[in-house]
Design a protein around this ligand. Structure first.
Ligand SMILES: Cc1cc2nc3c(=O)[nH]c(=O)nc-3n(C[C@H](O)[C@H](O)[C@H](O)COP(=O)(O)OP(=O)(O)OC[C@H]3O[C@@H](n4cnc5c(N)ncnc54)[C@H](O)[C@@H]3O)c2cc1C
Ligand SMILES: NC(=O)c1ccc[n+]([C@@H]2O[C@H](COP(=O)([O-])OP(=O)(O)OC[C@H]3O[C@@H](n4cnc5c(N)ncnc54)[C@H](OP(=O)(O)O)[C@@H]3O)[C@@H](O)[C@H]2O)c1
Length: 446
């Protein structure tokens, strides 16, 4: 019997499990599956953890999410085709839920089946090697302090790529008297109430961490961008200046001459694709981009077609793109999809990489990832979902952000699965301080 290892049970790993479960329900004989998860429960980044640094076993904490994290895109754009929001919650809910609500939705799809017994929790994959025929996976059961070796025909890497921070250094950091942290270790904006905060970066973490700090009472927030400013109409108390040059004592001095006293520096400088458990010949090496090279259809490792990567792309599309990838990966593993010749693989990868390198703005990037996802969708029996509507929603959402970065989360979108229209949330995001499911789902609250 074919044996498959799935490493990680975040949204990608869970989607992989779901895809096999659906095939089994149709009467197909599925492979033997072993899932490895280094955390004590599933859900990946969505499984909030207060810890930073190491866990109780000395293993690095993978979690990067924080309190008061709300979806930064419309939930309709990530909806599962085979499990709608309406089905999970019993009625339409607003378009921008907080983390706990999305976590509940992700888990809701998998918890009814018998999937949990396929997962070895608290178990970190330490090494994966390929001997020309199959893979040997060494894992460490942290709770029982026990190493194991298992042999597999296929390995699926679904360990995410927003867990290992990229941490640059600037002159003056060693003697800075305040706190320096990466967004990976940011847990609660309340910590910065009344403080002067410097945020470095110009992507989603920089944007959201800056707004969180502002919303929860920071005295000032100064964002230092490196290449291009985000350029939003920032609220009072937030400004965007050009790149940090150095720190002198508690003073931050920027390349454009701007100076700002600082209590804390939050590095929103992105993450590393980091796979310490893989040998060099199996290791994906890439920056965060929409089409990492060497992955056929964004999934199959070019040099070994029994190694599959999930969710390694930079992400506009998330959960339903992961589903399209896992349904495809499942059919590769089950022999329903044949991988073409090496030259065809190379040609296909190059086609996407060349297109990706020409992209100039968010609308083009949204089109690119929508086309990629649609192509994958057409290759498996993943249920019908309206990707044209999702494309339209993403573009509208981008424009809402440009119009007003403080109000885009108050908008409503329609479902690409059920067609239902999301109700407007009872409280505008800027004054919604409670991120619990209870507060969010209580639609009678005014
Ligand atoms: C701060 C932040 C906010 C985000 N907000 C949104 C949002 O609002 N909307 C959205 O759609 N997306 C958001 N994302 C994007 C996020 O990447 C995806 O939503 C999703 O979590 C990716 O799923 P994944 O399974 O690829 O990775 P992850 O969620 O990272 O899961 C990977 C899993 O692999 C496990 N693992 C790692 N290494 C090992 C190992 N060696 N052995 C065993 N297990 C291992 C980890 O413990 C983890 O459970 C956000 C990301 C970040 C960092
Ligand atoms: N739900 C939410 O609200 C929320 C909140 C936070 C994050 N997220 C998600 O988290 C994921 C990761 O986002 P991210 O912003 O952490 O990573 P990212 O999108 O990969 O962006 C990395 C940023 O780091 C900057 N950078 C890199 N090196 C730097 C240096 N030496 N000095 C200064 N800046 C540097 C880059 O700047 P250049 O552009 O100049 O290279 C870029 O702006 C995304 O999927 C995002 O959607 C979601």
């Amino acid at each position: 019997m074919t044996k498959v290892a799935i490493i990680g049970t975040g949204p990608c790993g869970l989607s992989m499990l779901r895809s096999f479960e659906q095939a089994e329900k149709k009467g197909e004989k599925i492979p033997q599956i072993v899932c490895f998860e280094k955390q004590e429960d599933w859900g990946g980044l969505w499984n909030y953890n207060w810890r930073t640094g190491s866990d109780q076993y000395g293993d690095p904490v993978p979690n990067s999410m924080y309190r008061y994290l709300w979806s930064n895109g419309p939930k309709e754009c990530l909806e599962f085709a085979d499990y709608s929001f309406d089905e999970h919650f019993g009625h339409p809910i607003p378009s921008f839920p907080p983390r706990e609500v999305l976590y509940d939705y992700i888990i809701g799809r998998v918890k009814k089946g018998n999937l949990k017994n396929k997962v070895r929790f608290n178990t970190t994959v330490m090494t994966v090697t390929y001997n020309g025929k199959n893979f040997e996976v060494t894992s460490y059961d942290k709770k029982n302090d026990k190493f194991s070796k298992d042999t597999f025909d296929y390995v699926v890497v679904s360990t995410g790529h927003f867990s290992v921070p990229f941490i640059p250094e600037y002159p003056g950091m060693k003697s800075f008297p305040g706190r320096i942290l990466h967004s990976h270790d940011f847990r609660d904006a309340e910590e910065f109430r009344g403080k002067n905060v410097i945020v470095l970066g110009s992507s989603y973490s920089a944007e959201d961490v800056a707004l969180q700090c502002n919303k929860y009472g920071a005295k000032s927030v100064t964002i230092g961008y490196r290449h291009n400013p985000m350029g939003f109409k920032w609220p009072n108390g937030v400004k965007e200046v050009h790149y940090l040059d150095r720190l002198e004592g508690n003073k931050a001095i920027f390349k454009d001459g701007h100076e700002q006293e600082a209590d804390a520096i939050i590095l929103c400088s992105g993450y590393l694709h980091h796979f310490p458990f893989l040998t060099e010949d199996l290791k994906l090496k890439t920056r965060n981009r929409l089409y990492p090279p060497k992955l056929y259809k964004g999934v199959v490792w070019e040099n070994n077609h029994k190694l599959l990567y999930l969710g390694m792309q930079d992400q506009f599309h998330t959960f339903n793109m992961f589903d399209c990838q896992t349904w495809y990966a499942r059919d590769v593993i089950m022999g329903k999809i044949k991988i073409p010749s090496n030259s065809e693989i190379e040609k296909d990868i190059n086609k996407w990489v060349v297109m990706e390198e020409k992209l100039e703005n968010p609308d083009q990037m949204i089109d690119f990832q929508t086309e990629y996802t649609k192509e994958l969708h057409g290759l498996s029996d993943y249920p019908k979902i309206d990707f044209e509507l999702i494309r339209k929603h993403f573009k509208e959402w981008e424009h809402h952000k440009v119009e007003d970065i403080m109000t885009y989360r108050n908008k409503s979108f329609s479902s690409p699965v059920t067609g239902s229209i999301a109700p407007i949330h009872h409280t505008p995001w800027v004054s919604a301080m409670d991120d619990s499911s209870k507060a969010f789902l209580n639609q009678s609250k005014k």
